[in-house]
Design a protein around this ligand. Structure first.
Ligand code: SF4
Length: 341
């Protein structure tokens, strides 16, 4: 089994470090690699949650279709564009449109949104989509309309756990869709949950390996936070350290990838985002969804900052970033692989 790939960390070496070094030392190495390739900058991405409807039944998610207590909304075009314009005026240059797998967000509607956002931002902003599994044809349509990036986490690299926790879909199907996205020249983002019930260290190392093999442009790693209205609602939250270790490992394996300090890490622990920013992460994703809607986009309970606009959070994020010895960067912040072309 090969342990080297151009532009990536050495698999065997990083695995060995993860097993033998204290977490603080492992994170320090990841931080050094992050600073070497990305400096002290932390890119901002404006997250807009466009629909809380979903046809899927993922066991770990509060938006799963069988959750009759979930409050459902779908953003209209005028609200979306108003949100984008406010973010643009505040200096954001990447917008991430995220939603459940909602058939009402048809290919043509989303393609129209992409074109309208390009117009509203003078084509100066990058558009990232995170709208789940779609046909190759739909991904192509959205790419041709002007979306540059797509995020779709695989969540677990254990195929059995995947099929149990995402009933009706397979890991192979998800990986094939991620391959399509790469073929269509998207910047491809993925990632995983840390601390799902029955997940073990071997599964986490398999997730690191999958990220390393694929060479994602972006990797989001968040702790599992149980939602009471799901089949996993009474299980334990994982310790933050598991998340810190996975972020550091993937940073060492993929020096060029963009890696967010996830809101879930900040929900798990008050200093969660700072902890991962100090150990490999270089992106923050303020949630700029209008307040009434973002309260209803409840993937997991207790999400931080739902009572204020994501734009009002920017000074607070600035402070958090400085605590980790970093500075906020405004701009599109494309994947280094793309910039190097
Ligand atoms: S994780 Fe995504 S696809 Fe699964 S139920 Fe939640 S919103 Fe739907």
């Amino acid at each position: 089994m090969s342990t080297t790939k151009p532009g990536r960390g050495n698999w065997a070496e990083v695995l060995e470090w993860s097993r033998t070094l204290p977490l603080s030392e492992f994170k320090a190495r990841a931080d050094a690699v992050c600073r070497q390739h990305h400096g002290a900058g932390v890119w901002l991405r404006g997250l807009i949650e466009v629909s809380s409807y979903c046809t899927e039944s993922c066991w770990y998610c509060g938006l799963r279709a069988p959750n009759s207590q979930a409050r459902r909304y779908r953003m209209d075009t005028a609200t979306l564009l108003e949100t984008v314009r406010a973010g643009y005026a505040a200096g954001l240059r990447t917008f991430v449109l995220q939603g459940g797998e909602d058939p009402a967000l048809g290919p043509e509607l989303v393609a129209g949104w992409i074109e309208a956002i390009r117009h509203a931002t003078n084509d100066e902003a990058a558009i990232t989509l995170s709208l789940g599994l779609q046909s190759r044809q739909t991904y192509r349509l959205w790419r041709e309309a002007g979306a540059q990036r797509y995020l779709m986490r695989f969540e677990t690299a254990n195929p059995q756990l995947f099929e149990r926790y995402r009933p009706g879909t397979t890991l192979a199907e998800r990986l094939r869709a991620l391959e399509w996205l790469r073929e269509l020249d998207y910047e491809v983002g993925s990632g995983f949950l840390v601390g799902l019930p029955e997940e073990n260290q071997t599964d986490r190392e398999a997730a690191w390996r999958l990220c390393w093999e694929f060479g994602f442009d972006m990797v989001g790693i968040g702790p599992f936070i149980p939602h009471p209205a799901t089949p996993l609602g009474t299980t334990e939250r994982p310790p933050l350290e598991l998340c810190e270790q996975s972020v550091a490992a993937v940073r060492l394996l993929l020096p060029l990838a963009h890696m967010p300090a996830t809101t879930a890490a900040g929900t798990l622990h008050p200093k969660g985002r700072e902890a991962v920013l100090a150990g490999g992460a270089n992106v923050l994703m303020p949630d700029i969804t209008p307040i009434p809607m973002k309260k209803d986009y409840e993937l997991y309970p207790g999400k931080v900052c739902v009572d204020e606009s994501g734009l009002a959070c920017l000074p607070c994020l600035d402070l958090r970033v400085r605590t980790a010895g970093k500075v906020i960067r405004h701009g599109v912040g494309s994947a280094p692989r793309r910039v190097a072309r």
